[in-house]
Ligand binder design. Structure first.
Ligand SMILES: [Zn+2]
Length: 303
């Protein structure tokens, strides 16, 4: 009986993940990813724990270039189609982020629970889900130079404004715009918040040394001059972290974007394509069973 329950739970959890993978796959740039269906599951290292297995499922669903996960004395590594490796978790003393808390390996970058809408938990110091990033993963997925990133960019029109984003993020933003169009027709007050302030831009984060996610073509800003950035405001927290319209944030989260309004170091304009984090929020142990888009997430997801 227990085995049957386990099997049923696995099937219930895996089917929506696969469907989500198909919906979010960037098939145009990955010819090996036939019809968006991941190839046969590779064997995973026995030391991979339950959270690691969920991370793996979400990474596979989000990035078809990732084909395997292996271990050696230095840690666990994601294998890519082109033969490169990206550290998933590194043995003590090897971590990429030793010099900078915000630069880390993939496991740490996915460790903080991201609260899906309508959750808007408080954001005291230390709460910034998704603000830590694996630059090794970003470079592997999107390019390690302006030229390499530009080669993957596609134009996307968002409420009449053209942006350049990496192909998968451009497709996701186009789908979010389709969702938002009828919402904006019903509530025209939202329109002034949908003015964009650019997508791809090879630059460093304002006030910091590391590259911005805009440099990889995965981020765009909206609501300039209305929404603000933590370094430009004395408010901690900022009231707009609670009041910015749910309809906008939810439409973008449903397509794989996280919102910088959910960080202590808030960036209220900023949306960033991080489908693995949205996937983990949706299918993680906090929810037990998959949550439909637009459904209310349990309170336990907040922190
Ligand atoms: Zn931004």
């Amino acid at each position: 009986m227990r085995a049957v329950c386990w099997f049923v739970c696995c099937v219930l959890q895996t089917l929506p993940l696969l469907a989500w993978a198909v919906a979010n796959a960037d098939m145009g740039t990955h010819p090996g990813f036939a019809r968006g269906t991941p190839s046969a599951e590779p064997a995973l290292p026995v030391e991979l724990d339950a959270e690691g297995r969920l991370d793996w499922q979400c990474l596979r669903a989000s990035y078809p270039q990732i084909t395997g996960l292996v271990s050696d004395a230095q840690g666990l590594w994601l294998l890519l189609q082109d033969g490169k490796r990206v550290p998933y978790v590194q043995a003590s003393g090897q971590a990429e982020g030793e010099q900078d808390f915000w630069v880390t390996d993939v496991r740490s970058a996915m460790a903080d629970a991201y609260p899906l809408e309508p959750q808007r938990p408080d954001t005291p110091a230390g709460v910034a889900p998704g603000r830590r990033r694996s630059y090794a993963l970003l470079e592997a997925m999107y390019g390690d130079s302006p030229e390499a990133v530009k080669a993957r960019l596609r134009p996307v029109v968002f409420f009449g404004q053209r942006l350049w984003l990496t192909a998968s993020a451009a497709s996701a933003l186009s789908r979010a715009e389709s969702t938002l169009r009828p919402v904006v027709e019903r509530d025209s007050a939202l329109r002034r918040l949908l003015k964009t302030a650019g997508g791809f831009y090879w630059r460093r984060i304002a006030g910091e040394k590391r590259l911005s996610p805009h440099a990889y073509g995965i981020a765009f800003d909206i609501s300039p001059h209305i929404a603000t950035y933590w370094r430009w405001s004395s408010l901690r927290p900022h009231p707009m972290q609670k009041t910015y319209p749910q309809a906008i944030v939810q439409a973008l989260e449903n397509e794989g974007f996280i919102w910088g309004g959910k960080w202590h170091e808030y960036d209220l304009m900023h949306f960033e394509y991080r489908p693995e984090i949205i996937c983990k929020a949706r299918f993680g142990p906090q929810t037990m069973f998959p949550v439909r888009p637009n459904a209310t997430t349990p309170a336990t997801l907040g922190r």
